[in-house]
Structure formats: structure tokens, C-alpha cells
Design a protein around this ligand. Structure first.
Ligand code: UTP
Length: 292
């Protein structure tokens, strides 16, 4: 298998958990401090060695494409005023990787969005990063997607990020039926979608980052509509696990699901506290609100 250089970022979903704002503003464009969620996702992919990224968008999501275009008039204005740090900030997003865009016509689910990347991926392995989820690694030099690429290369099979969730939350996730085979690495025998607490084979949940062999596309094409009338990526992963070895990597870090308002607010607080110019004032506000 060649090294993993391609990634698909699905960002076409309706975002019903984030209405009414998602009616007009893609949830992937909501700001975490001053950058849209999807810019962090693209940054993670690029820092993991990905050179080509296909972003799946849809109607009313053009702002995503615009954000990653260069803005010559703004750049010229900043240059003429000598605002070099602002210029670097403005041009960074469109320089992270080669970006490609495609449209999902009907919101037929995450599996359908990933399947739209079939021609883009061709016979190459391909990462998938959900566009509404930021995953920070406790080792910033080794992002979670990079950890999956490394597992893909060393084990020779698709690798999925896993997160240990509390027993009473397993029924919200796709869960791995898996055996540990090394440091934070699991051999996945099968995936179980939203199991009950009693029937869950483990507490290791699928955590929004994947590296797939090209066989995932055949599996997606063979997957009928499932839960909610949508093509479920987890269903295709079940088929893939019955055909090829699959692996899980329990990452060290934090997953921020920005697809719901509470996740968005928590992520903003956490990222703001890491910014020296505002950390003290934000901490002061949090403390005084918590005390009142
Ligand atoms: P979600 O599972 O959060 O789905 O998608 P959603 O439909 O956007 O959100 P809710 O449940 O209605 O609130 C995870 C990622 O997959 C993309 C989303 O844009 C998000 O980045 N997605 C989802 C698609 O690209 N197409 C789809 O049909 C569904």
C-alpha cells in the first residue's frame, strides 16, 4: 500500500442538532475562538502528511469553499499596510494542502458522503475526518490522523480512532468488538452500532477519524440504507471487517464534537484558555460565573 496522502472531509450534513444557526451557517464554519472548526480539521490532516483533501459540501455550505480560497484584494490591502502577521493568518488556510470540493446532492448520510470520494481515492488508502469534530492529540507533534496512518502502515489494514467511553454511554456510539494487540492498539473483529450496556463488547467507541483501505468504497456501494434511512458508515465498516483485518488506535487526547451547542461552547472555552492574550480574562469570567 502507498503512504496515506489523501483525505475526505464530509461537511454536507444538515446539522439539525444546531438549528436554527445551521440553517444559514454551516456548523463546520462556526468559530472556535477565531477560526472555523473545519480549518482545525484540515490543519490536522495536513500535519498528518495528507497532501490532497476532498471536502464534501452541499447547498448553503459554500462558505466552506470560500474560506479556503485566496482573497487577493484583502491580501493586497494588508500587504500595502504592512500588516504581515494578518496577511499570514489570511493566507494560511488555502496553503495547508491541495483542496478539492464535491457536492452531496441529497443528505443520504455519512456513508453516502464518503462514497462520493471513491474516484478521488482511486486505489489509494484514504483518511476520513469528520468536518464537525476537532480532535486534539496530547502530543501535538503526532496528531490522531498521523497515529492512524502509522497503524495502517505497520499493520497493513484500515485503522480507526477509538475512545474509551463510560459504560452508561456505550449505547450512543459505534463500539469495537476488539482484542488489544499492543500499546493502545486493538485488532477489531467487528463493529457493533449503539449496543445496550449489557451487550456491549467493549467501551471502545469510534471517534470520528479513520484511515481506510480502498475496499471501503466497495463496501459502501454494497451497503443499503440503514438507521434513519441513511447510508451508515458503520454498516460499511462491518462489511469491511468481515473481509479484511481492521485495527483500532486508542488515542491520547480530546474529541470536541462541535455538532451540538454544548460541545461548541466547551471547545471555545478550552481553546480560549490556551490563548495567552485572552486566557486570564476568560478564566476570570468562568470563575465569577461559576461562583455566582
Ligand atoms: P453528523 O452525524 O453530525 O450528521 O455528521 P448531521 O446530519 O450533519 O448532523 P445532525 O445529526 O443533523 O445534527 C458528521 C459529519 O458528516 C457530515 C456532517 O456535515 C458532519 O461534518 N455529513 C453527515 C455529510 O457530509 N453528509 C450527510 O448526509 C451526513
Amino acid at each position: 500500500m502507498p503512504p496515506v496522502r489523501k483525505a475526505i472531509i464530509p461537511a454536507a450534513g444538515f446539522g439539525t442538532r444546531f438549528l436554527p444557526i445551521a440553517k444559514a451557517v454551516p456548523k463546520e464554519m462556526l468559530p472556535i475562538v477565531d477560526r472555523p472548526v473545519i480549518d482545525y480539521v484540515v490543519e490536522e490532516a495536513a500535519a498528518s502528511g495528507i497532501t490532497d483533501i476532498l471536502i464534501v459540501i452541499s447547498r448553503d455550505k459554500r462558505a466552506i469553499e470560500e474560506f479556503f480560497h485566496s482573497h487577493p484584494s484583502l491580501e493586497a490591502a494588508l500587504r500595502s499596510k504592512g500588516k504581515s502577521s494578518e496577511l499570514a493568518i489570511v493566507s494560511a488556510p488555502n496553503q495547508r494542502a491541495r483542496l478539492h470540493f464535491t457536492w452531496q446532492q441529497e443528505m443520504l448520510g455519512l456513508g453516502d458522503a464518503v462514497l462520493l470520494g471513491r474516484t478521488f481515492a482511486g486505489n489509494d488508502p484514504c483518511a476520513v475526518l469528520l468536518g464537525d469534530t476537532i480532535v486534539t492529540s496530547s502530543d501535538p507533534a503526532n496528531p490522531v490522523t498521523a497515529q492512524l496512518c502509522a497503524a495502517f502502515n505497520s499493520h497493513g489494514g484500515s485503522a480507526v480512532a477509538l475512545e474509551e467511553v463510560p459504560e452508561d454511554k456505550v449505547s450512543r456510539y459505534g463500539i469495537a468488538d476488539a482484542t488489544p494487540i499492543g500499546d493502545r492498539t486493538w485488532r477489531v473483529h467487528q463493529w457493533v452500532e449503539k449496543p445496550s450496556r449489557e451487550s456491549a463488547p467493549s467501551r471502545m467507541a469510534i471517534a470520528s477519524r479513520y484511515v481506510f483501505s480502498p475496499a471501503i468504497f466497495e463496501c459502501l456501494a454494497a451497503t443499503p440504507k440503514g438507521l434513519g434511512g441513511e447510508i451508515q458508515l458503520t454498516d460499511a465498516m462491518r462489511l469491511l471487517a468481515s473481509r479484511e483485518p481492521m485495527f483500532g488506535v486508542q488515542f491520547n487526547g480530546t474529541r470536541h464534537d462541535i455538532g451540538n451547542p454544548a460541545g461548541f461552547i466547551k471547545a471555545n472555552l478550552e481553546f480560549a484558555l490556551q490563548r495567552p492574550e485572552m486566557a486570564d480574562s476568560i478564566r476570570h469570567t468562568i470563575n465569577s460565573l461559576a461562583g455566582s
